[in-house]
Design a protein around this ligand. Structure first.
Ligand SMILES: [Zn+2]
Length: 354
């Protein structure tokens, strides 16, 4: 029985103890390594998670107050938030910077940035309040006056917008275009003037100044196509190509159409007349050729380019939403797939609603 046990003086006992020790050390080392690896992974996850959510208002305020980052850098961060459409964070940064800024001119700049952010975010009343605060202290601030003009325009307070033009005029800004535009949209909004009188006034103004082409003919072709055709200068046809394209058949003036090269091509491409065999404009040429071969699966669609800032929009505009230039819309035709149950007259009404 004693032969089954090994005495501690036996060399074999020492070897067994040595092997057992190695095993225990390897085992402990393996589990320690695994534990460390798990801990590191958890730490990394916690660290990365802190970047996925934006800092809270309190965190932002504390960070800005610590002066660890310069004010210029915070302005760049706020600008990036505005570009990404995160107006809430940008407003929080501007407000925190304002609380720490006591120099009047620097405060004016920050208030202006805050007003611009509220304008972009659509908080027009807040924007107006801040701009009036700036102008109360610094009345000769053209940027604030211009932004106040756009704000009143969006709020459809055209009388107030016209009042803002006076100080802008005194500061040497060219306000003739803005005045004509505001007076025209104010006239179109006026419930006391009847539609016939509005059409007459629009046509007269257009004959005199040759401006606000899209705005004028959008209204005239919707309410009185006969007056619109009479007032139309054929050189302006390309600017309102979409309005002409979606015009119902019963409102076409074939005498005028047959007398102008571009209109012959446009309406031959639409299939209303057959007066052009080709066109110098690619889209119209393709549509004319398709119709000649008996196919009608394509049609024209439109996009709208600002002739000033070159930004493209899917909808027509009278004042560019990006650079605020008036009358800068350039209508660009595009080839598109025709939708069978979408009559031109229906599309015309939809186009006017935009
Ligand atoms: Zn523009």
């Amino acid at each position: 029985m004693n032969s089954l046990f090994i005495e501690f003086r036996d060399p074999l006992f020492g070897i067994i103890v040595f092997v057992a020790l190695i095993f225990i050390i390897a085992f402990v080392s393996y589990w320690w390594g695994r534990l460390r690896s798990k801990e590191d992974h958890r730490y990394l996850e916690r660290f990365l998670r802190s970047f996925t959510k934006p800092p809270s208002q309190t965190e932002l305020h504390r960070e800005i107050g610590s002066s660890a980052v310069s004010q210029k850098s915070w302005l760049l961060v706020a600008q990036t938030y505005v570009q990404n459409g995160d107006f809430e964070q940008a407003v929080a940064i501007y407000r925190s910077l304002l609380e720490m800024q006591h120099e009047p001119h620097r405060r004016r700049e920050l208030l202006l940035l805050l007003a611009q952010t509220y304008f972009k975010a659509g908080f027009l009343e807040r924007c107006e309040t801040i701009l009036l605060k700036i102008l109360g202290r610094f009345p000769r601030t053209p940027q604030a006056l211009k932004l106040l003009l756009f704000t009143y325009e969006r709020l459809r307070s055209f009388d107030k917008a016209l009042q803002v033009l006076e100080p802008l005029d005194e500061l040497g800004n060219d306000i003739a275009g803005d005045r004509r535009y505001l007076e025209t949209v104010s006239l179109l909004q006026d419930a006391r003037t009847d539609t016939a009188a509005k059409c007459r006034r629009l046509a007269e103004e257009y004959r005199e100044h040759h401006t606000l082409t899209y705005l004028t003919f959008e209204y005239l072709f919707r309410h009185d196509p006969a007056v619109a055709w009479a007032a139309l200068e054929l050189s302006a046809s390309r600017i309102i190509a979409d309005i002409l394209w979606y015009l119902p058949e019963e409102h076409l003036n074939l005498d005028i159409i047959s007398g102008d090269g571009y209109l012959r091509q446009l309406y031959s491409a639409r299939g209303s007349v057959n007066l052009a065999q080709n066109s110098s404009e690619f889209e119209l040429d393709v549509l004319i050729k398709l119709r000649q071969s008996g196919q009608s699966g394509a049609t024209l669609q439109f996009e709208y380019l600002c002739g000033h800032c070159k930004q493209i929009f899917p909808f027509p505009f009278h004042r560019c939403p990006n650079c605020h230039t008036i009358d800068s819309v350039v209508t660009e035709p595009l080839l598109g797939k025709a939708v069978a149950d979408f009559a031109p007259s229906e599309r015309s009404e939809r186009a006017y609603e935009v």
